[in-house]
Structure formats: C-alpha cells, structure tokens
Design a protein around this ligand. Structure first.
Ligand code: GDP
Length: 547
C-alpha cells in the first residue's frame, strides 16, 4: 500500500503521460557505455560489428566512411564538413535483446581531445579494446585512469586473435600490473594467428569454433559443449591438450568472475576474439546487457539523484560545433540522469536560472540525427546551443541540482596565442573565453605576462581553435610553442602558506584559468617535482571539477 501511495503522489507532480513504473522499466533496460582503446586496436571495427547486431547494417559503412575521411586529411575544415555524420555517430543508440544501448564514441587519433575524457563521465560502463599483439598502450592507460575516477565497470576485449599475438597469459599479467585491475578471463583463446581455432567459454564450458572472413551481421559460429567433447580431440588434438593445460594454469593464477567486483570497478571480465571476423563480439554485447549496470545514481551538489525519479534532470558533458560555423550553431550533448524527457517540455537551465523550451532537441539514433520524442536516464540528447551553454551545465524541471564530477584535465600541450592585428585583442579574448567555456581548449592567463597560454590534451584542439577564431570571431591568431610542459591546479588549506607560495619564485609560474582558478605551469617534470617537494602543503591537482 505504501508503494502505491508513493507512486500516486509522484504522479501528481508531473502532468505527464508516463508513470513511475514505466520510467523504472525504461531505465532498467538501458545500457550506456563508451569504448576505450589506443588507436588501431580495433575500436571502429568493433563499433561497426556491435551496430550490426541492432540490424542497422548499413551503418557499418557510415562508421568506416567517417574514419577514412579523417585519415585522408588533417585539415580541420575538411573534417568539419563531415560533422553531419560525426555529430550523429559520436553517440549511437540501438536496440538489442529488448535493451536500449547507448554507445558513446571516445574520439581518438588526431582528434583526441578533452572531450575524449569527458565522454567517460557520461557513461555507466566501458568496453576496453586491447590489441593482442601490442598489449596495454599509452592511450588505454590514460582513458582507464579516467574511468577509475568514478569506478566505472570495465569489460575487456582482447582483439585480433587471428593474428600472431603475444602469449595470452602474459597479456593478462600486463593488464593486471600496468592497469592495476584484476582480470577474470571469461573466454580463453585456442591458438592464435593462422592456427586460431576459437575460444573456450570458461563459465559455460563451451567451445566456439573460429571461422574467418565473415562480414555477415549475425554470424553464428559452431559451438561444442564441454572441453572433453570427443569431437574436439578429433578436430584439434594438439591444441586441446595445450588448452586444458592453460585453463588449469589460468584458473590457478587468475580470479574467477565476480559480478560485484566488476560493478565496483576492481575486476574486469576478459574476452578474446577478432572484431574484423565478428568473432566474440556477440559475447561482449551479451556481457554488457547481462552484467553492466543500468543507469545509476548520480551525485549533485545538494543530493544524489536516482535515475528512476520522475522529474527530468541531466548535465552537459560535451559541446560540439555543428555543420555551419557561420551560424555558430553548436550542439550541447546532455546525459539524461533522471526522469522522462519529451519534446516541447520546458527545462530549467540552472546556471542561468532561466527556463528554456526545447522543441528542436536532437536524438542520436543509429546513423542519423532525428528529432527526439522522448528520452530516459542513460540516453543522450542534443540541445541546440547558441553560445549560452557550458560543459557541466545542469538542467532540471526546476529543482536546483548541479551535477558534480565533470572534470577538466590538466593539459599536456601548450601554446601561446598572439594576434597579427592588435586591434583585435578584444575579439581574441572574447573568442578564447567562449571557446574555453565550451571546453574546446583551456585558457590560462599567467600572472606575470599578457600573453594567453592555451592548453590542450590533444594537438588538434589548437587547429580547431585557430580555425574557429578565424571563422567565428574574425581573428587571425598565431599559436607559438612555449616552454611549459605541464600544468597543475594548486590549492592550499593554509592561506598564509598559499600567499607565501604566490610571492615566492615559484609564483612566477602561476596563471589563472578561465574560471579564475590558480594553476602552476611547470617548465619540466623535474621543475614540477621540485616545486611540489619544496611546498608540501600546497596540493597540485591534475584535474579540477567544473565550477
Ligand atoms: P581503431 O583505430 O581502434 O578504430 O581501429 P580500427 O577498427 O580502424 O582497426 C585498425 C586496423 O586493424 C584496421 O586495419 C582493421 O581492419 C584492423 N583490425 C580490426 N580488428 C581486427 C581483427 O580482429 N583482426 C585483424 N587481423 N585486424 C583487425
């Protein structure tokens, strides 16, 4: 009776057609995840195959076309021409097994940027792709560390088993020691390269036989029950002996799959396969549906928010310039955190304390941008943005909820901005301020000089900013190299020590970011370390939260 009463009172608050039960059902069937990998590990290929399961086979070409277009040119404006596709395919929604799957792209390659990191704040789980010949690579480490900030559950796919690879046991060892995450192999490869026979599913005690070269969407591979199946011994007598030995070793040396450890982000189930052959991909998708969490509770400044609450709420995690730069038309990507969104509803933009009517909201369905009719927690919707939205902005139906945990990351690359025409200084500052708010680049103003310092985590960000300054603000800016090698936001509980720090020689290296926070710009790793040692009470942060 109590539950019924609660439902009724909730329903009275929202003059909508959706019941709290419907919201619960919709949330429970949603999975929102990102794929993380080092370039070339097979993310694009895997994305294509995953999309094929949704029945949207023509999409496979879309993902490919987009990528080859990027490879063909480093000219950002050329890339920009393709934005129509790329905006759509940076979030892909599809249905599989009565679930709604939201797959968020984490841009890599030359357009690696802060977006890549921030996208991971909008997912509930991640799929990590490892190249079996290369093991753990640099970008994998960076992205995994971002996942770790929120203990995001991670499923691991070791790809390209049809090639000569490294020893799988050694790979697991590397994953555990470098990424500091427990590995629980769920499938285990039989052979590799030319003698790749398939995988043994440890939990199901089944062997799935490998067949190369399939481009079909629903490739069914032959499955044999039981590791002691006589047909196996017939087919691959040598390999099966080896497999039995390895399985014994693996089971002795690794951890059995533990759903709670996975959900806590401390253990990752590991699958082996070959994306290009669509082998092992269905297993991944099933694992995502069966094990990965549905949208969960999110922290906001005043309280945490349950996805099943009826009132709508969400936050902006990414802003992308759209097709036509002349119109300054941008799309703000909003992750729905609770409730039900329907077209035409009024939302409160909390930072501006202003109501907006969102009638032309974009949904990311499969290959195209479509008008969104409705959305639930876990979904991503695109709000048209005419320069008044920032990364981290929260939206609700009225309650003041500022979602937290949307970070800025200390940049790895730095440039100073100079303009050819000093009359345009104002425009430059305005442009950089706005682009900084959008998260396109970070802007630092050193305390001791007038030159603005731009910081980015990927070098293409500078190209994007230069091009947008020119097209949107009419400013020709030149970016020059600097002697800065890293940046850290600095705070100190003791005001006096902070004041001493600012007055010391280290103080010459301080700068204010766009939001007014103080940052230390170090000339080298050694310089940073020495300064940290000299000022043990000052905290040097590699990330800062959206203010
Ligand atoms: P991304 O950079 O991570 O998106 O990687 P791609 O999906 O573009 O793949 C990089 C290269 O690896 C491409 O040439 C793919 O055809 C190839 N590739 C992807 N998966 C496999 C696989 O399972 N086996 C083999 N042999 N090659 C693969």
């Amino acid at each position: 009776i109590a539950a019924e009463t609660l439902d009724q009172s909730e329903a009275q608050l929202v003059p909508k057609s959706v019941s709290s039960d419907l919201i619960k059902r919709e949330v429970a069937r949603r999975r929102t995840f990102g794929i993380i990998s080092h370039p070339d590990a097979g993310k694009t290929t895997l994305t294509e195959k995953l999309l094929m399961f949704s029945g949207a086979i023509q999409l496979a070409g879309t993902v490919k076309a987009r990528k080859s277009g990027r490879h063909a040119t480093s000219d950002w404006m050329e890339i920009e021409k393709q934005r129509g596709i790329s905006v759509a395919s940076s979030v892909m929604q599809f249905e599989y097994r009565d679930h709604v799957v939201n797959l968020l792209d984490t841009p890599g390659h030359q357009d690696f940027s802060e977006d890549t990191y921030r996208v991971l704040t909008a997912v509930d789980s991640a799929l990590m792709v490892i190249d079996a010949a290369k093991g753990v690579e640099e970008q994998t480490i960076k992205l995994l560390n971002v996942c770790r900030m929120r203990n995001t559950p991670i499923i691991t796919f070791v790809n390209k088993m049809d090639r000569e690879t490294r020893d799988p046991l050694e790979l697991l060892d590397e994953l555990e020691s470098v990424l500091k995450i427990q590995c629980a192999p769920v499938t285990w490869p039989i052979g590799m390269g030319k003698t790749f026979r398939g995988v043994y599913h440890i939990l199901k005690d089944e062997i799935m036989l490998f067949a190369a070269g399939s481009e079909r969407a629903d490739q069914q591979f032959e499955v044999l029950k039981g590791i002691n199946n006589p047909r196996l011994a017939e087919l691959f007598p040598l390999e099966i002996e080896q497999l039995k030995m390895e399985i014994e070793l693996v089971q002795g040396a690794s951890h059995p799959f533990d759903l709670n450890a996975f959900l806590a982000g401390t253990q990752t189930p590991v699958f082996f396969g070959s994306a290009i052959n669509n082998f092992g991909v269905r297993e991944i998708l099933n694992a995502l549906l069966d094990w990965a969490p549905a949208p969960c509770e999110r922290d906001a400044t005043v309280r945490s928010v349950l996805p099943t609450e009826v009132p709508f709420s969400g936050f902006v995690f990414k802003i992308q310039a759209n097709m036509d730069p002349a119109h300054r038309d941008r799309i703000a990507f909003l992750r729905v955190c609770s409730g039900h969104f329907e077209r035409g509803m009024k939302l409160k933009h909390l930072r501006l304390n202003r109501e907006i009517k969102v009638s032309s909201v974009v949904a990311f369905m499969a290959s195209s941008r479509e008008q969104v009719e409705e959305a639930y927690a876990g979904d991503i919707i695109g709000l048209p943005n005419h320069g008044n939205m920032q990364i981290g902005d929260s939206f609700s139906e009225g309650e003041f909820l500022q979602f937290t945990g949307i970070p800025y990351f200390a940049p790895d690359f730095f440039r100073t901005a100079r303009i050819l025409n000093p009359m345009k200084t104002k425009q430059l500052q305005k442009g950089l301020q706005q682009l900084g708010e959008e998260g396109a680049v970070q802007v630092f103003k050193p305390v001791n000089s007038g030159d603005l310092v731009l910081g980015a985590v990927g070098v293409l960000q500078f190209e994007v900013v230069a091009s947008r300054l020119k097209n949107e603000y009419g400013v020709d800016a030149v970016f020059e190299g600097t002697s800065i090698s890293s940046a850290r936001w600095v705070t100190c509980e003791d005001k006096k020590i902070m004041a001493d720090f600012e007055r010391s020689s280290a103080g010459h290296n301080l700068a204010h970011d766009a939001a007014g926070n103080l940052a230390y710009l170090a000339s080298s790793g050694v310089n940073l370390r020495l300064t940290q040692e000299r000022w043990p009470d000052v905290v040097f942060h590699a990330t800062r939260e959206h203010a």
